[in-house]
Design a protein around this ligand. Structure first.
Ligand code: FES
Length: 189
């Protein structure tokens, strides 16, 4: 990747990075540190880009991958920006447009389907007043389906901002989880 700014002061940025602190908007130093931690947890292995981007998206405000983050990740992994965008555009779970403060995913894979994910989806749509794939007008909630996220033993399950909760078999149980989330309580039940 060609570089037009040379960074010499920020330990998060490589020499030749496209960024300098004055350029930073959403990509705060705190977020850079979180991204660095995630990349290092994947041993900076570019073949594991999907997992990295999913985790980075989870810690980014409004849970998406804006261009500045795509550039930062590409820069860190020495990948062309086009490669990062190829992955973002290929995977439905990755978004380059803002989603919401709270992203709620219901699993639509086989086990959860059998145990009642459709009822769960209907309950969530009713509570939030949006359809799957939509965000509330205030930008607070986004609802979407997701493939199996490894919680089959507690299906039907949902994932809220990356935290899994289940089984949720009634609307009351869903409301209880959301209320606990609003209060900042643990979602692990
Ligand atoms: S099938 Fe739903 S979490 Fe695995």
């Amino acid at each position: 990747m060609s570089a037009n700014v040379t960074n010499t002061t920020d330990p998060h940025l490589s020499a030749g990075s496209l960024y300098k602190p004055a350029d930073v908007t959403l990509l705060t130093l705190e977020l850079m540190a979180q991204i660095d931690f995630i990349l290092e947890s994947y041993a900076m292995d570019p073949t594991r880009l999907v997992g990295m981007l999913l985790e980075i998206q989870d810690v980014t405000p409004k849970q998406y991958l804006p261009k500045e983050i795509a550039v930062y990740v590409g820069d860190k992994l020495d990948l062309p920006l086009s490669r990062v965008y190829d992955v973002i555009s290929f995977y439905e779970a990755l978004s380059d447009v803002p989603r919401a403060d709270i992203v709620i995913q219901f699993c639509d894979s086989v086990v959860c389907k059998v145990t009642g994910s459709h009822k769960l989806k209907v309950a969530l749509e009713g509570i939030l007043g949006i359809k799957a794939g939509e965000s509330t007008k205030d930008g607070k909630y986004h609802l979407e389906s997701a493939p199996c996220f490894g919680a089959c033993d507690i299906s039907p399950a949902i994932r809220i901002n990356g935290v899994v909760y289940g089984p949720l078999k009634t609307e009351e149980a869903v409301r209880d989880v959301l209320a606990r989330f609003e209060k900042g309580g643990s979602l692990h039940g």
